[in-house]
Design a protein around this ligand. Structure first.
Ligand code: F6P
Length: 318
């Protein structure tokens, strides 16, 4: 039975991380453990910015976006000597197990720490929905709602002006946010990294929209696939329709967490504590078909399936 555990958030913040932190702190304490919060991810870990948390430290945070612990990207943690400094800090504070809330890069750190003898549990926290081992990551639902709101606004303007609008959406190398948003907003085309980019296909979709007499067309474009400025120029030249580009960027990452992300964060936080408590480490947790699941960090391709049926549906319904 572990006496003291730590929790940190790492990588890009996502709405609902606070629900997970709260669940770790409160369920850890309810199970007779002490829980330490670590500031600013692996960077703060290596610097020993670690403090004991009480139940009231996580009051009134369920409804707050971002992460109260702070986060960072800290590539130096890939180096063994840096990780050893992190482990030394954990030992100094008497921490026997660590819960890491973050995305793929954060999981790599947690996996290496586990291999070095510090049991870690990974909780998926990223807007990208690209972490293995879970149907959904914390923050995806909230970010999706924000993307949908933005596209609805852009649609109003595009329809009023009889224009084509291209919206670039975060996701790193995962098209889920763009795909789900395109279905929710009836986008005339969606461009995702999981399908090879074809300008001809996009132009054909625009031609169909114009022939159908639509006053506007919206293209949902996942970031890192093709250059949005160049695409805008090509589409305007081909269709003769005024075309505008909007890059949503970081605006979609923060904000009041959705009920779904709060519940997901709460469930996964408490579940991660349960696993550590029963002596497990080196695992990532998630939900699959509504049930809580866990996998070894080495199973890094499990549940990473782009939903082809949704992709077909997005094309069928416009
Ligand atoms: O992983 C979350 C994410 O927002 C990605 O969608 C995006 O590519 C990246 O982080 C941006 O990173 P940063 O906040 O470091 O600029």
């Amino acid at each position: 039975m572990l006496k003291k555990i730590g929790v940190l958030t790492s990588g890009g913040d996502s709405s609902g991380m606070n629900a997970a932190v709260r669940a770790v702190v409160r369920s850890g304490i309810a199970n007779g453990m002490e829980v330490c919060g670590i500031s600013d991810g692996y960077l703060g870990l290596c610097q020993g910015r670690i403090s004991l948390m009480e139940p009231h430290d996580v009051s009134d945070i369920l409804n707050r976006g971002g992460t109260i612990l702070g986060t960072s990207r800290f590539p130096a943690f890939r180096e063994e000597s840096v990780r050893e400094a992190g482990i030394a800090q954990l030992r100094k504070f008497g921490i026997e197990g660590l819960i890491v809330i973050g995305g793929n890069g954060s999981y790599q750190g947690a996996r290496l720490l586990s291999e070095a003898g510090m049991p870690c549990i990974g909780i998926p926290g990223t807007i990208d929905n690209d972490t293995p081992g879970s149907d959904f990551s914390i923050g995806f639902s909230t970010a999706l709602s924000t993307v949908v709101e933005c596209i609805d606004r852009l649609r109003d303007t595009a329809t009023s002006h009889k224009r084509i609008t291209i919206v670039e959406i975060m996701g790193r190398h995962c098209g889920d946010l763009a795909l789900y948003a395109s279905i929710a907003c009836g986008c005339e085309a969606v461009i995702v990294p999981e399908h090879e980019f074809s300008l001809d296909d996009v132009l054909a979709s625009m031609d169909r929209a114009i022939k159908a007499g639509k006053r506007s067309a919206v293209i949902a474009l996942c970031e890192n696939v093709t250059d949005i400025t160049e695409l805008t120029r090509e589409i305007e030249a081909h269709t003769g329709f005024e075309t505008r580009a909007s890059v949503l960027g970081h605006i979609v990452r923060g904000g009041v967490p959705s009920a779904f992300d709060r519940v997901l964060g709460s469930r996964l936080g408490a579940y991660a504590v349960d696993l550590l408590r029963t002596g497990m480490g080196g695992r990532m947790v998630g939900v699959h078909k509504g049930e809580l699941v866990n996998y070894d960090f080495s199973e890094d391709d499990v549940r990473l399936h782009f939903d082809e049926k949704l992709y077909q549906l997005s094309a069928l319904l416009v």
